[in-house]
Every structure is written in structure tokens, then in C-alpha cells.
Design a protein around this ligand. Structure first.
Ligand SMILES: Nc1ncnc2c1ncn2[C@@H]1O[C@H](COP(=O)(O)OP(=O)(O)O)[C@@H](O)[C@H]1O
Ligand SMILES: [Mg+2]
Length: 433
């Protein structure tokens, strides 16, 4: 069995704990637009203890007529050498976006039998993976080959769900073969259990139910994404599949494009990277909208849609709307807002409770209110009447959430549980504007 042999080889060759943390050069590869094999673009010197990174483009790469920047904001092709200090542990935006977060780290740490915190960024970079976010890869030498292992298949999901469950339960002895398969699918960011799978010829992110959750989050996320689509927000293709009695959300990967020779890759930047800010810094939707304009992203599919997304998050109480839950795609040097993802209402304790979003909405900072959301409309390229009209369109659709969620199979108990997340008060205020 080929895949099995590859997995064993993978375990033997790569999962050796303790890649030294001292600064070392890593080669950054780029999948050029339309290409299914990466070329070396430059090298990165990462000093994790000093939180310092140095990136140099390769001379030959810069001379290519089809070269694209590794990161169009932090690392434009103009200069040969860039330094990154302090921000995001010394990792330039797009490079940081290409590494896993808590979930992927947990799976790898379990396999390596070490604590999640002990895992270095360098270890994550050098773990071969064909499912990394976007169009970048990291390799130990400039002539290192393509990763051999592909992502798992849809048919593997039942087994992967079981091993993901054991990993969440803190079991260190999860099945090593299955875990290495799960690792192949776990290079995306985020904290929730998930795995990239191939299904019907294309790649999807399968988002699993998490352990100890007392309601069906995958189904609620499915319904929320579909509600967002009704509000004029672009979303990826989504499906809900029941596997072994448990609902799994499948979200089609927007950073892959099937071609005759395999999956071509599309560049990606989180909003955090677009802003070139550190995870710990505070900023808001209007700041992102300003930066979008500077980067040539004015107009309805970009700035105005970001405004819709902010209003949607306000109205469904999605308080996990941080800057890595917004993203941008780039191909052939053009940046644009990616389809929306990770939209889930946060359960609210009761009617009329005050709350904050994770990103500032306007003049009153993080405070969730209709006034605050309207206060900086001009930054999104919207006159007040146009902003109000968009708000009203979103509010009208969100007002019908209960019927929509019920039609998507969300049960009565969950609807009750989420009732206070959809702030009636806001919807009423918006109708009167
Ligand atoms: N449809 C998609 N295609 C490609 N990448 C995606 C897609 N959806 C999300 N991502 C990337 O994967 C990361 C994790 O996904 P997300 O849905 O935010 O998971 P979590 O709920 O664990 O935070 C995101 O931060 C984004 O970088
Ligand atoms: Mg997320």
C-alpha cells in the first residue's frame, strides 16, 4: 500500500523532535500562478529566540519575468533583502499565514510526543506538506523535491474524526499512521479540529465537531455561512456531510484551483498580514479598509463587502472576527478580498447584553453597536445613505435567521440557545435609520 509506506517513511524521516532553534536558513518556495510545482524564490533566516527574521530573494528568481512576490505587502519584489523584527515572532506576514496554528500544532506535537509549546516555527516549516495555505512552501535546500504525500481522501474522514477526538482528549498514543495522515491535512491555521481532504476531485477543509461542545457547531457554521451569502457576502462552496453520525462541515479551499496537472495555488494574506501588524495589536475594520484602498482594493467587491461583513458579524454576534479570520487572495499581483470563512454566532447569555467584537468597528472602538458601525462608513468608500442601505439589506436577511437555520437542519434546542446572539435591538434600530 503506497500511501502507508509513504506515511511510515514520513514518520521516520521527519518527526524527529528538537530541530535546533538556532538561526538557520530555510528556503522559501513559490508555486507560480498556474504551476503545480514550486520554484525556490528566496531564503529566510529565522532567529526564533530573538524574534527576528531576515528574507532574501534569490537573484535568479528576481530576474524571472513571471516572478510573483512572496508577500506583496511585506516583501515586494523591488528590494532584494528584508528584515522583520518583533512582529509575529520575526515571521513576515505571508510566511506566518502559511504555518498552522493551535490545531495543526497540537496534532504534530502529539505525534512527536512533545508539548505544543515546545514546537518551534522552524519545525513546522520543515515538515513536508502539500496542503499548506496558499502558494508558499518551505524546504531545507534550494533543490529539495515536492512533498510526496498528498492530502487524505474523503473516505478517510471517519477514521480521521476518531483520531482527532483522541488527540483532543490528550491521548499521546494516538495511532501513528493515522496521525501522520491527519498531519498531512492539518497545515491550515485555526484552533478547531479540521483536516483538508480530497473529494470529488477538489480540496475541501473538513471542519469537525470539537470535543466537549454541547451543540452542533459544524451545522451552525454551515447555516451561518449560508446566511452570510444571502447578505451579499461571498462564501466558498460549502457542504454538510454526516459521517458516523456526526456532522462535518466541508468548505471548498479557495486557495487551490484544479488544473490538468494538479492543483494550482493561489497566494493568500490574512488581514493581519495586509496590515503588517502583530497579533497583539489593536486595530479595526476601518483601518483594514484604508489599507485596502492603498493596495488598490476599492469598490463593492472589496471595501464595501468588508463593511457588509462587519455588519454581519455585529448582527450575528460573531466575536471571533479577529484579523486572521479575514483574508485576501492574490494572483498575478492583484489583491482582492477572499471569500468569507469562520463565521459562527457566539452564544450570548441573555437579551440586551453588551459585547465587543475582536476588531474595532469605528469611533467607539470594539464596542458592538449600530452607531459605532456607521461612524466610519467613509473609510469603506461609502456615503452614509449607501452604508445605511447595505446595513438594512444585511439586517433584513439576518432577521430571518431562525427560519433559515431551521431549514438547514439546526434543531430547536440550538435555535433557542442562539436566540440572544441575534440582537433584535440592532435589527430594529437599523430598520428605523
Ligand atoms: N475555504 C478556504 N480555503 C482556503 N483557506 C481557508 C479557507 N477557509 C479558511 N482558510 C484558512 O484556514 C484557516 C483556518 O480556518 P478557520 O475556518 O478560520 O478555522 P478555525 O475555526 O479553526 O479558526 C483560516 O485562518 C484561513 O487562513
Ligand atoms: Mg479561524
Amino acid at each position: 500500500m503506497r500511501q502507508k509506506e509513504h506515511n511510515l517513511l514520513f514518520l521516520k524521516n521527519y518527526l524527529i523532535p528538537g530541530i535546533p532553534k538556532e538561526p538557520k536558513w530555510y528556503y522559501v518556495f513559490v508555486y507560480l500562478p498556474g504551476a503545480t510545482e514550486a520554484v525556490p524564490a528566496g531564503r529566510l533566516l529565522l532567529d526564533e529566540d530573538a524574534r527576528h527574521g531576515l528574507f532574501e530573494y534569490g537573484r535568479r528568481y528576481r530576474q524571472r519575468s513571471d516572478a510573483v512576490p512572496v508577500d506583496p505587502v511585506a516583501l515586494p519584489l523591488g528590494l532584494a533583502r528584508y528584515e522583520c523584527r518583533e512582529v509575529n515572532r520575526g515571521l513576515f506576514g505571508a510566511l506566518r499565514d502559511a504555518l498552522p496554528d493551535y490545531w495543526g500544532r497540537l496534532v504534530i506535537a502529539t505525534q512527536m510526543r512533545i508539548a505544543v509549546e515546545a514546537l518551534s516555527d522552524a519545525e513546522l516549516m520543515l515538515l513536508p506538506s502539500a496542503t499548506r495555505t496558499a502558494n508558499l512552501d518551505f524546504r531545507p535546500t534550494p533543490n529539495a523535491p515536492e512533498p510526496v504525500l498528498g492530502p487524505p481522501d474523503f473516505a478517510d474522514l471517519a477514521a480521521l474524526l476518531a483520531v482527532a477526538e483522541r488527540i483532543q482528549a490528550g491521548e499521546m498514543l494516538a495511532d501513528p499512521l493515522l496521525t501522520s495522515l491527519l498531519i498531512q491535512g492539518s497545515s491550515l491555521g485555526g484552533a478547531r479540529p479540521k483536516c483538508t481532504v480530497r473529494w470529488q476531485g477538489v480540496l475541501w477543509i473538513a471542519k469537525f465537531p470539537a470535543r466537549n461542545e454541547d451543540y452542533n457547531v459544524p451545522r451552525v457554521e454551515y447555516a451561518t455561512l449560508r446566511l452570510a451569502a444571502r447578505c451579499g457576502i461571498r462564501i466558498p462552496e460549502v457542504r454538510l456531510e454526516t459521517i458516523g453520525g456526526r456532522d462535518v462541515l466541508l468548505v471548498r479551499r479557495f486557495d487551490r484551483q484544479p488544473t490538468a496537472s494538479g492543483d494550482a495555488r493561489i497566494g493568500y494574506l490574512s488581514a493581519l498580514s495586509l496590515m503588517q501588524r502583530d497579533e497583539s495589536e489593536r486595530f479595526g475594520y476601518p483601518d483594514i479598509a484604508d489599507r485596502m484602498r492603498q493596495q488598490g482594493m476599492a469598490g463593492s467587491e472589496n471595501q464595501a463587502e468588508l463593511f457588509r461583513r462587519m455588519v454581519f458579524n455585529l448582527l450575528v454576534r460573531n466575536t471571533d472576527d479577529h484579523a486572521r479570520n479575514h483574508g485576501f487572495l492574490f494572483d498575478d499581483r492583484r489583491l482582492h478580498l477572499s471569500p468569507a470563512f469562520d463565521l459562527v454566532p457566539t452564544p450570548a447569555p441573555g437579551i440586551g447584553t453588551e459585547f465587543n467584537l475582536a476588531l474595532e468597528l469605528g469611533a467607539q472602538g470594539l464596542h458592538a453597536s449600530v452607531d459605532n458601525a456607521l461612524s466610519r462608513a467613509a473609510h469603506f468608500g461609502l456615503e452614509r445613505p449607501a452604508a445605511i442601505q447595505k446595513m438594512q439589506e444585511v439586517a433584513h436577511e439576518v432577521g430571518g435567521w431562525r427560519e433559515r437555520f431551521a431549514a438547514d437542519g439546526v434543531d430547536e434546542a440550538t435555535l433557542e440557545r442562539l436566540r440572544h446572539s441575534f440582537t433584535e435591538r440592532f435589527i430594529e434600530q437599523i430598520a428605523l435609520l
